[in-house]
Design a protein around this ligand. Structure first.
Ligand SMILES: [Fe+2]
Ligand SMILES: [Fe+2]
Length: 263
């Protein structure tokens, strides 16, 4: 039987977007069916494969998105969301493949289901771009999204603190406003996609929080204190309001985690 690690590694090393989505959902399905062994005989690549396009730019070199009301602005919005989901596929695969042996089978199940969700999110957004006459890769994209994974590659607690509990939680904060803007512009189809993503992301943050609590409680630390220490060591950006307190709480992230780190 193929090892789960080698199947995950193969999906990470697939760059072409459709093929990556297919490989990712295939790994998740085979794992669910018990067709992959809980074995970690290969290591994860330092960086996943990327398609030739989009061109990746440093955040400060990204062109201005343009007004949301314009067609250019609309395409730029969906393109940037598609890119975030594309990188999220790799973040979830890497989580399962890099830390699965240490964390156990439930962890692998949780993060492979996240990876499959992210592949679905990406596919929905790629199709949305096509409906708008564009495609993923047509515009440049943010080249810094893998940095957080790189910075936390040796420490599962740090990875959980930063990726699901900061970056994905940030998605919970900002998505409702985007959804409202999209709906106000009369794009009900787009609003539905965002509502579905928001729902799934609550679950993703929830998995992150659950496994973070397991790791830090087993070493006798106070979770919110451990989280703050890890975030200040490994995350360079701001943690800033407005917070979507109810979505965060539904994901197990109470205010004592992030209240007094807000800056
Ligand atoms: Fe997502
Ligand atoms: Fe997610």
């Amino acid at each position: 039987m193929q090892s789960v690690a080698s199947a995950i590694r193969a999906a990470l090393l697939t760059g072409e977007p459709r093929a990556k989505c297919f490989a990712t959902r295939d790994v998740a399905r085979r794992w669910r069916k018990g067709a992959l062994a809980f074995e970690f005989d290969v290591t994860m690549p330092p960086e996943p494969a990327r398609p030739e396009r989009p061109e990746l730019l440093a955040p400060n070199r990204m062109p201005k998105r343009g007004k949301f009301g314009s067609e250019r602005g609309r395409i730029a919005l969906w393109h940037s969301l598609a890119h975030i989901e594309f990188v999220a596929i790799d973040l979830a695969l890497d989580m399962a493949g890099r830390f699965g042996e240490q964390m156990g089978e439930e962890f692998v199940s949780d993060f492979l289901s996240v990876a499959a969700d992210e592949a679905m999110h990406f596919a929905l957004l790629a199709r949305k771009l096509e409906r708008l006459g564009s495609q993923y890769g047509a515009l440049p994209a943010h080249g810094g999204l893998w940095q957080a994974a790189h910075d936390t590659r040796h420490d599962v607690a740090a990875r959980l603190a930063v990726v699901p509990m900061v970056l994905e939680a940030r998605g919970l904060d900002v998505t409702p406003a985007t959804l409202e803007r999209v709906r106000a512009a009369g794009d009900e189809h787009g609003a539905k996609i965002l509502a579905r993503i928001l729902d799934d992301e609550i679950r993703h943050v929830g998995f992150g929080t659950k496994h973070f609590l397991k790791v830090v409680e087993s070493s006798g630390q106070v979770p919110s204190e451990a989280w703050k220490t890890l975030v200040s060591a490994h995350f360079r950006g701001p943690i800033k309001p407005p917070f979507n307190d109810s979505a965060r709480l539904a994901a197990g992230l109470s205010r004592d985690f992030y209240e007094d780190v807000a800056n």
